[in-house]
Design a binder for this molecule. Structure first.
Ligand code: TYD
Ligand code: MG
Length: 454
């Protein structure tokens, strides 16, 4: 018999090679390559050469009923799923350890169970007594959720196949272990194999399966991105440890829009839904101060106002610092470069700090102008009027580009008591929602007219 071939897999990006190396060629990470025996290579020899089954082909016009969805009654959770839980779907919920994934999913499980779904919560990390204790703290002891503590995938599959629940929570996929694979729980091979089997189960039996996945320091689901490809929906649970806000974000969803967010607040008795996130994100805002700018953003299908805070100060270091929380560092460098070369505002010898208040991570390019305004406001020591919001994309030439959903942005700003907006000129704006608009063609105009600099 041929010796089983040994292969080496990077635990960070799942790239495979046939020799060990200190650094992964594919992702550049160090010390992530481990030896693993490959999964059995599909159908055995006996099947080779056998004829397959003929496929039934359909056409695009075939009518498909929308998937029936179950509601948890938590609007913030249902919206992120695309309007409720879809049967026969696999969902991955990723997040830092301790951010509140188990709490959120226990609460959701309880809601779904009370709505009539047969719901299992299988923990590989905590004893059932611990989960019960948490349930008591959350006031959920009466919910008909079935608990088990188990890490053996074989035992779990047997139980699921017999019981056929509507919803199963697996907390967490890194603790699960399949005896078909010869490597430690949490390794890429194990996570891939167990996630594959659970996803297949979801499709085969029509259950919804939620996999909890811990995220590494680098912000990836520990080990494999492969799980992201396997499942239908990928949600991330984000937030700053010190803050009470938590954001559930869909980064992939085969059954709804991606980039949708649900906002929660961590309280002594679990996660509470936040129905008006703008009010919450702006609640800590004090008097108008230099460096503070309110951005009228869109998260998924919903407008959200957030405060950008900037600080610009002479640096004591030879290399000035650029520190960003909640936004992209590369994009900040681009905006500083545009301010320097197009508007003549130098940042040599100055540290620049940028922060999105409340722990939200903003990724819209529409935030460019808010970032530039916050930096200019800090640098020139000029506060923007307290009642104004800012949005717009900046191009490398220094021109401002109109952004989508302007009406929704203005409407949300008006709802929260703002009366004016600084925005790119040339947007086809139909409704102004009672807001006065200062339309700017380029960044130089903003520098001169708003901040009297340049
Ligand atoms: P947990 O759900 O265990 O996080 P994860 O599963 O993502 O690792 O949440 C852990 C934190 O949440 C813990 O630090 C305590 C806090 N917490 C509350 O503040 N209120 C609560 O009601 C509960 C249950 C937890
Ligand atoms: Mg947990």
């Amino acid at each position: 018999m041929a010796k089983p071939q040994v292969s080496f897999t990077c635990q960070s990006c799942a790239a495979r090679s046939n020799k060990w190396a200190g650094q992964c060629d594919a992702c550049g990470e160090w010390n992530t390559i481990v030896e693993e025996t490959p999964l059995s290579a599909g159908p055995g020899k006996a099947l080779k050469g056998a004829r397959g089954r003929r496929l039934t082909l359909t056409d695009l016009a075939t009518k498909e009923a929308p998937p029936p969805r179950s509601s948890s009654g938590m609007d913030e959770f249902d919206r992120v799923l695309g309007g409720g839980l879809v049967p026969a779907s696999a969902i991955l919920v990723g997040g830092d350890p301790g951010i509140g994934k188990s709490t959120l999913l226990l609460q959701a499980a309880a809601r779904f169970a009370m709505a009539g779904l047969k719901t299992f919560y299988i923990s590989g990390e905590e004893a059932s007594a611990q989960v019960r204790l948490r349930a008591a703290r959350l006031g959920l002891t009466d919910a008909p959720v079935k608990l088990a503590t188990e890490t053996s995938l074989r035992d779990i599959m047997t139980t699921l196949d017999e019981e056929r629940p509507d919803l199963v929570i697996i907390d967490s996929i890194q603790t699960m272990w399949s005896d078909n694979v010869e490597s430690a729980p949490g390794s890429v091979s194990q996570v891939r194999a167990t996630a594959q089997e659970l996803t297949t189960f979801a499709k085969r039996r029509g259950s919804a399966v939620v996999l909890v996945g811990h995220v590494t320091k680098e912000g990836q689901i520990a080990g494999p991105r492969v799980v992201e490809h396997m499942v239908d929906t990928v949600l991330y649970f984000e937030g700053e440890r010190g803050h009470q806000f938590r954001i559930l974000r869909s980064v992939k969803n085969r059954f709804g829009p991606a980039d949708e967010i649900g906002v929660f607040e961590m309280t002594g008795s679990g996660l509470a839904e936040v129905t008006n996130p703008s009010a919450l994100f702006l609640s800590e805002r004090g008097k108008p101060a230099p460096g503070s700018v309110v951005f009228a953003g869109i998260e998924g299908t919903r407008p959200v106002l957030v405060e950008f805070q900037a600080l610009v100060a002479p640096t004591p270091h030879s290399q000035p610092r650029r520190t960003v929380v909640g936004w992209d560092g590369g994009r900040l460098a681009m905006i500083l470069a545009v301010l320097e070369s197009r508007c003549g505002i130098p940042f040599t010898g100055l540290d620049v700090y940028l922060n999105v208040a409340g722990g939200l991570k903003v990724s819209e390019p529409a935030a460019d102008l808010a970032v530039a305004a916050a930096i200019l406001s800090a640098r020139e020591d000029v506060a923007l009027p307290a009642d104004s919001v800012v949005f717009g994309e900046i191009s490398l030439s220094g021109a401002l580009r109109p952004v989508g959903q302007t009406e929704n942005r203005l409407k949300e700003a008006a709802k929260l008591g703002f009366t004016s907006a600084i925005a790119p000129a040339g947007g086809k704006i139909t409704g102004r929602e009672g807001m006065s608009l200062r339309e700017m063609p380029d960044l130089t105009a903003v520098v001169g007219e708003v901040f009297g600099a340049g």
